[in-house]
Ligand binder design. Structure first.
Ligand SMILES: Nc1ncnc2c1ncn2[C@@H]1O[C@H](COP(=O)(O)OP(=O)(O)O)[C@@H](O)[C@H]1O
Ligand SMILES: [Mg+2]
Length: 237
């Protein structure tokens, strides 16, 4: 269980998160809401880029907010950004391998761990390709593999389907659903694509102007009139 309790974040006069609480207990959980709702800020709080005015985030008895950001990676927190962080001058394999050094020790060899995760994301046959030569989708898959090595406990994706085709988004959704089984990690997904969220997230938190407006099983949340109203004029739910 990842317990977010009463988290508040202010940027000057803007309240980006206003007393937000949610207990994420499923294999894959979603975070949705209109632009500016505070979704990325919540991930920034978890990863340590943004400090809070109040609140706590606990998992397995550990208050994550009390860990220095670099310790959170070692603890098992992983994050993929809206723009993938892939080194152009390293191969796919090397991009993933360097990630292990920031992570918890794995039981087998590091090489075997990298190969397993490249297999899982479907990049094993392209392991020798340079970062610079990858398509957008290949970059995304490599980025996912980086999140999976070194025993992750929580993996967070911020708009992973941005710029992907319908077919690529579907493949990514299938992959995201395999993460918990393959690694034991709990997964959080932010996306604008409500179909993706409906497909992969068992439960979903909805933010609007920094406040929680709904949280629960995804189908219930997406049929909630408050949620539909928040999306009115921006997107079909
Ligand atoms: N570093 C920052 N400095 C000032 N304001 C910020 C910063 N990051 C986010 N905000 C503001 O906080 C609010 C929430 O932003 P964000 O979390 O990026 O929303 P979302 O990801 O849901 O679109 C917005 O009003 C945004 O302008
Ligand atoms: Mg965002």
């Amino acid at each position: 269980m990842l317990e977010i309790r009463n988290v508040t974040v202010r940027f000057g006069g803007v309240i980006a998160l206003n007393d937000v609480s949610a207990s994420f207990g499923r294999a894959v959980s979603g975070i949705i809401g209109p632009n500016g709702a505070g979704k990325t800020t919540l991930m920034n709080v978890l990863s340590g880029f943004v400090g809070t005015q109040s609140g706590s985030v606990t998992r397995d008895g550990q208050d994550l907010l009390r860990l220095a950001p670099h310790r959170r990676a070692h603890w098992g927190l992983r994050r993929s950004f809206q723009k993938e962080e892939i080194a152009d001058d390293l191969t796919v394999y090397e991009n993933v391998l360097v990630q292990i050094d920031h992570a918890r020790a794995v039981s087998g060899s590091k090489q075997a761990e990298v190969e397993t995760m490249l297999e899982l994301v479907g990049m094993a046959s392209r392991a020798g390709k340079l970062g610079a030569d990858l398509s957008g989708f290949e970059r995304r898959l490599t980025d996912v593999a980086k999140c999976l090595v070194g025993k992750p406990r929580v993996v967070m994706f911020d708009e992973p389907a941005g710029g992907m085709s319908v077919d690529e988004t579907r493949q990514l959704g299938v992959l995201i659903q395999q993460i918990h089984g393959a690694t034991g990690a709990q997964v959080l997904v932010i996306d604008h694509d409500v179909d993706l969220i409906r497909e992969v997230c068992e439960e979903t938190l909805v933010l609007d102007f920094g406040r929680r407006i709904a949280f629960g099983p995804t189908d219930d949340v997406l049929s909630d009139p408050k949620v539909k109203a928040a999306y009115l004029g921006t997107e079909e739910v």
